[in-house]
Design a protein around this ligand. Structure first.
Ligand code: 5GP
Length: 216
């Protein structure tokens, strides 16, 4: 195999916002984790929430765990890009880290619900790529929720009841996939990301690059 040329050209690109939504237990977190491990150009948006941490969850990594008072202060100070009440708790996306990542040409991955996705759509439509992930069956959804073994029976029941509502929003997303086999789903989301990165409008440095190719 021959070596690649020494000075590989790079074309400046505008970062995109990749939203993954699904009912709890459809496998979204596994897909998100795999994308982050494989791709250094993606940053995860760490949400703030008023829900208590589950065993193993780390403050500042999985979520910023905050009190209701603190959350309300952040809302009042305009620090969220979007925020919503999901189940009985508040969740929100801090604005500043997202803006920093996009400005430095990185993409940002969001694990947020349909309410947050709608709000982002109102504010940042051009930067947004939305993917809805469906479980292959109701039985499989319940199995995954129970297998997680972190939530009480009551919480699992509540999430199952909510799943139907959440899934009714699949129609609002640009891409929809069934998570039957997780490796396949990861490859599909990666393919979506690869294609979306190549959209002409995101390749903001392309005009200069082409002018250079043409000797202008
Ligand atoms: P969980 O409590 O299982 O971590 O998350 C519950 C739901 O809240 C999931 O559907 C998740 O996508 C959503 N969620 C997490 N963070 C945010 C956020 O910052 N904004 C919105 N709108 N939803 C969020």
């Amino acid at each position: 195999m021959s070596n690649p040329p020494a000075n590989l050209p790079t074309v400046q690109r505008r970062g995109l916002m990749l939203v993954l939504s699904s009912p709890s237990g459809a496998g979204k977190s596994t897909i998100a984790r795999a994308l982050l491990e494989r791709d250094p150009d993606i940053a995860m948006s760490v949400s703030a929430t008023t829900r208590p941490p589950r065993p193993g969850e780390v403050d500042g990594k999985d979520y910023h765990f905050v009190s209701v008072e603190k959350f309300q202060q952040m809302v009042a100070a305009g620090q969220f890009l979007e925020h919503a009440k999901v189940f009985d708790n508040y969740y929100g996306t801090p604005k500043q880290p997202v803006e920093d990542a996009l400005a430095s040409g990185r993409d940002v991955l969001f694990d947020i619900d349909w309410q947050g996705t709608q709000q982002l759509g109102d504010n940042a439509r051009d930067d947004l790529v939305t993917v809805f992930i469906l479980p292959p069956s109701v039985e499989e959804l319940e199995r995954r929720l129970r297998g997680r073994a972190q939530d009480s029976d009551e919480v699992v029941q509540k999430r199952m009841a909510k799943a139907g509502d959440e899934m009714s929003h699949w129609f609002e997303y640009q891409y929809v996939l069934l998570n039957t086999e997780v490796d396949r789903s990861i490859a599909r989301v990666q393919a979506i990301l690869d294609a979306e990165r190549l959209r002409r409008r995101r390749q903001v440095g392309m005009a200069d690059f082409v002018n250079g190719l043409r000797g202008q």
